[in-house]
Design a protein around this ligand. Structure first.
Ligand code: SAM
Length: 342
């Protein structure tokens, strides 16, 4: 039974399962300067620009969510930093940090443009960034991202640290590809004062010849293997996202695991995802979505939009059911991760 009462419709967002929605992730563009093999096919077709919301429209949508109780905003993509003038969106949203309405403005990036933008992001009030990096091996990095340059990303990390941004490295765990590098990734990221989070590969979108079953590495196995080299102590550290964190006693750093397949975390899900066309997905792993573009454009006041948001939140499902095994080798949802952002 939905428990959204009419009295709280215009303010806080509570879904049918009593979960408070306080985290919005926004895919500001579906385009990317990399073509990671587990994320996209090499010959991806991107949305025509005419379908994509303007940065002003994205800002207005985000602002509506902040008014409704969103405390954490994450810009993602595609690659958020390749969208033209994206800094104007960050600057606009930075106002909500200044007013105190928003607690955190952050982004997930492949790091390729951080050299250019890290200082400006820090000046706007961004404090932490997630940088996706699956390997420290230059050639493997090129193969995995198809188009990426590891040295450029390293320069981006340097710039981000110089600007005072805290960094979390996200690495998708890929069987036979980077599982032999976890020890090195832990020592390297902790040595630079960065958290490391390992992520299970999710069955999203057709990715061409690469097979999910071959890529999939359950993190329960990875964790057992890592525990042979390091002492992992449980912590209650949370960042508002789905990772479960351990302290690595030997390095003093934090290691997180995101396990949508082996252990889903839906019971504590506090987030919804907006695409660059204004479609709201209430769950990363389900197809149901709400169009917010039409209500946004229907009126200059936010009343119609607010109603559409309330209706969407009332449809947030209990959870996803990702499976990868011999009988389920195809995508659980046809959408690529770049549509809704990781
Ligand atoms: N371009 C930015 C980046 O590289 O971080 C943001 C978008 S990217 C889609 C966000 C995250 O999703 C990255 O960490 C990426 O590795 C991860 N990702 C993409 N496809 C995935 C999949 N099928 N399963 C798990 N993670 C995936």
């Amino acid at each position: 039974m939905p428990i959204i009462g009419t009295s709280c419709n215009r303010s806080s967002m509570i879904d049918p399962f009593g979960r408070h929605i306080s985290y919005l992730r926004v895919s500001v563009t579906d385009r990317c300067d990399f073509r990671c093999v587990y994320c996209m096919a090499e010959d991806m077709t991107f949305l025509p620009k005419s379908e994509v919301l303007s940065l002003e429209e994205l800002e207005r949508l985000c602002t509506a969510f902040v008014r409704r109780g969103v405390k954490k905003l994450r810009m993602t993509g595609g690659e958020p930093l390749v969208r033209k003038n994206v800094m104007s969106l960050f600057r606009g949203l930075g106002r909500h940090l200044e007013s105190g309405a928003l607690e955190e403005l952050t982004l997930t990036t492949n790091g390729s443009q951080l050299g250019k933008y890290a200082q400006e992001l820090a000046d706007i009030g961004v404090r932490r960034v997630n940088v996706s990096m699956d390997t420290l091996d230059r050639d493997k990095f090129r193969q995995l991202t198809r188009w990426g340059d590891l040295d450029q990303v390293m320069r981006g990390l340097d710039a981000a640290q110089r600007a005072g941004l805290a960094i979390k490295i996200n690495a998708v765990a890929l069987r036979g590809v980077n599982d032999m590098e976890f020890e090195e990734l832990i020592r390297w990221s902790h040595g630079r004062g960065m958290d490391l989070v390992l992520i299970e590969v999710m069955p999203m979108g057709e990715i061409g010849e690469a097979a999910r079953l071959d890529q999939y590495l359950p993190l329960s196995l990875a964790r057992a293997d890592i525990a042979k080299h390091f002492t992992l102590s449980e912590t209650d550290y949370r960042t508002g996202g789905p990772a479960r964190y351990f302290r690595v006693e030997e390095t003093g750093g934090r290691l997180g695991f995101i396990t949508p397949l082996t252990h889903n975390f839906c019971e504590s899900c506090n987030r919804v995802r907006l695409t660059c066309t204004g479609t709201l997905y209430m769950c990363l792993g389900q197809e149901d979505a709400a169009d917010l573009r039409a209500p946004l454009r229907a009126s200059e006041s936010d009343e119609i939009l607010d109603r559409a948001i309330t209706e969407a939140i009332a449809r947030k499902p209990k959870g996803h059911d990702f499976i990868i095994d011999r009988r389920h080798t195809g995508p659980a949802v046809p959408r690529h991760m770049s549509v809704t952002g990781g």
